[in-house]
Design a protein around this ligand. Structure first.
Ligand code: TXA
Ligand code: MG
Length: 335
């Protein structure tokens, strides 16, 4: 028996016993529990320190299980599922009445996703049912993209962490709400709003354009996905000036750069270079933020990527990482 098949066997046993499992997916690692078992789902909230009214995504082995979880499924949902599943897209749909309130946060909708990761698929197929799984980080922290990150975040709260390697997408799935008549993208991800528009041949709105109250989505809180160290998002000239000032003042900083390469860090500062393309950047982003957060720096500087549409999901995460931080200039060495 290989290590993976042993881990899968142990994971299925743990899930059936109402315990939590670290689930590798193509986006980020999930903290999974049997979605039909409210006590098991309650353990997710306890382990994460997450407010109980925040709904969870239910992961399925195949789109054929859609009707077990959702009702009044619009054609648009079937089209998006056919185009992007298995893959990094979560559909919000009206729920079947027997979906536990613990999963939906008491809302009349449920989030559903068929992940593309082969190990996730193997676990879901072996388990047979739906797995409720938020990202496997403590509430408000950076999502894990390796099995080691999950152990670091949650330790003994997880019975088994199934190691599926490093996540290929690296940021959380796109979320689109199809429960309101017109599709509304609640969270940007690898599947873009234009990708969805092309498949549907119809508009997909953003929450600010949709004239209705947004459902609760913790990924939409301003300061979500934040490292413990303060983060500043800067253009190249400001980044360069701040690096120079930090070197002069003896401050240790962490830098996440994309194009700037030649500002030598000092004082034990750590400089990480991310790829120039949005997919490559997203894949490495959380792992690198986590490294910088642990390097003993008092401030993390991130070179702001372009604002073009293909960078929307990355910019969304960076904006949140830098949110609720000292106001302009505070905590910064003077350039
Ligand atoms: O890529 C992903 O989506 C990862 C992997 C593990 O699948 N999961 C993930 O879960 O990011 P989480 O809980 O960290 O984020 C799920 C988001 C939350 O913002 C939650 O509020 C929202 O989905 N959500 C879930 N069900 C919802 C519903 N019925 N209505 C509105 N938002 C919902
Ligand atoms: Mg999360």
């Amino acid at each position: 028996m290989t290590e993976l098949s042993r881990a899968l066997r142990d994971a299925v046993a743990a899930l059936r016993a109402g315990q939590l499992v670290g689930l590798p997916t193509e986006t980020v690692y999930g903290l999974a529990a049997d979605a039909r078992n409210p006590q098991a789902v309650a353990r997710i909230f306890a382990a994460k320190g997450r407010p109980a009214n925040h709904p969870l995504i239910v992961h399925l082995a195949s789109a054929e299980q859609l009707d077990d979880w959702a009702r009044e499924i619009p054609d648009a949902a079937r089209q998006l599922a056919a185009a992007f599943w298995p893959g990094p897209l979560t559909l919000i749909l009206k729920r079947q009445p027997d979906v536990p309130d613990a999963v939906t946060g008491g809302q009349d909708t449920v989030g559903l996703r068929v992940p593309a990761h082969p190990v996730a698929h193997a676990l879901l197929a072996a388990f047979g049912g739906g797995l409720a799984a938020p990202s496997a980080n403590r509430f408000g922290r950076i999502s894990p993209t390796t099995a080691d990150h999950v152990r670091e975040e949650l330790g003994n709260a997880v019975a088994v962490v199934v190691d599926g390697g490093e996540c290929e997408v690296g940021i959380e799935s796109t979320i689109v709400d199809l429960s309101r008549g017109v599709p509304v993208m609640l969270r940007p991800g690898r599947v873009s709003i234009d990708d969805m528009r092309r498949v549907l041949g119809a508009p997909v709105l953003t929450p600010d354009a949709a004239d209705t109250t947004a459902p609760r989505a913790s990924g939409t809180l301003a300061s979500h996905y934040a490292p413990a160290t303060p983060v500043r998002l800067l253009d190249v000239p400001a980044l360069y000036a701040t690096v120079v000032a930090a070197a002069q003042s003896g401050q240790r900083i962490g830098v996440l750069s994309r194009t700037l390469t030649d500002a030598a860090p000092a004082n034990g500062s750590v400089w990480l270079q991310l790829p120039g393309d949005p997919a490559g950047y997203a894949r490495r982003l959380y792992g690198d933020l986590r490294r910088l957060d642990q390097c003993g720096a008092t401030l993390l500087l991130i070179e702001a990527p372009p604002t073009s549409p293909e960078w929307q999901a990355v910019n969304d995460r960076l904006k949140r990482a830098a949110a609720d931080r000292p106001a302009e200039g505070e905590g910064l060495p003077k350039p």
